[in-house]
Design a protein around this ligand. Structure first.
Ligand SMILES: Nc1ncnc2c1ncn2[C@@H]1O[C@H](COP(=O)(O)OP(=O)(O)OP(=O)(O)O)[C@@H](O)[C@H]1O
Ligand SMILES: O=C(O)C1=C[C@@H](O)[C@@H](O)[C@H](O)C1
Ligand SMILES: [Mg+2]
Length: 168
């Protein structure tokens, strides 16, 4: 089984991905981390030094390599992963995609911390953050919505994932 966790920055992909992988006894990969390790640079440094297009190419390549090599894993994607290079179609063909979509306010509260790690947010003030997240989420929603499973509730447990995965 291949599981891909999708969603906006701060949705909880990394947080839940680790727990879900352990629960399902599957290898866990955080796509951002895979790229950071390969490149020996932080995501912010990659954006600054090589540009977003280069990062999106690395993301596409890392995703396809992991899928080519393995058929059992949980991958926590980056927030933008499904929205570039038709990665959403690729992931839907190769496994179960889950969109984690908590309330915008919840994500914004989480994103006020550790903003420097997220290049798209690092120059925004707290006041600008909410408007940015709302706008970007609206633009990305048509892609995220293509996920096979959508989890909007915030009150979730590993049981929630089990139930959805059983039906997927
Ligand atoms: N359900 C939750 N309960 C409490 N804290 C949470 C929950 N989900 C996420 N968090 C916390 O919110 C922050 C952001 O979550 P996380 O890093 O998992 O987001 P992400 O979806 O991986 O974002 P990104 O796309 O930027 O990698 C983390 O500090 C995490 O510990
Ligand atoms: O939403 C996005 O476009 C991003 C989310 C992060 O996970 C990183 O992949 C990067 O900061 C870009
Ligand atoms: Mg993450």
């Amino acid at each position: 089984m291949r599981v891909f966790l999708l969603g906006f920055m701060g949705a909880g992909k990394t947080y839940w991905g680790k727990q879900l992988a352990e629960h399902l006894q599957l290898p866990f990969y955080d796509l951002d981390e895979v790229i950071v390790e390969r490149e020996g640079m932080s995501v912010s440094d990659i954006f600054a030094a090589k540009g977003e297009d280069a990062f999106r190419q690395m993301e596409k390549d890392a995703l396809r390599e992991l899928v080519a090599e393995q058929d059992k894993f949980v991958i926590s994607c980056g927030g933008g992963t499904p929205c570039f290079h038709d990665n959403i179609t690729f992931m839907n063909e190769k496994g179960t995609t889950i969109w984690l979509n908590p309330a915008v306010e919840t994500m914004v509260e989480r994103l006020k911390r550790k903003r420097g790690k997220r290049p798209l947010l690092q120059d925004l003030t707290d006041e600008e953050l909410l408007a940015f997240v709302e706008k970007k989420l609206m633009a990305r929603a048509p892609v995220y919505e293509q996920a096979k499973v959508v989890i909007t509730s915030e009150d979730i447990t590993l049981d929630t994932f089990d139930k959805h995965l059983k039906d997927a």
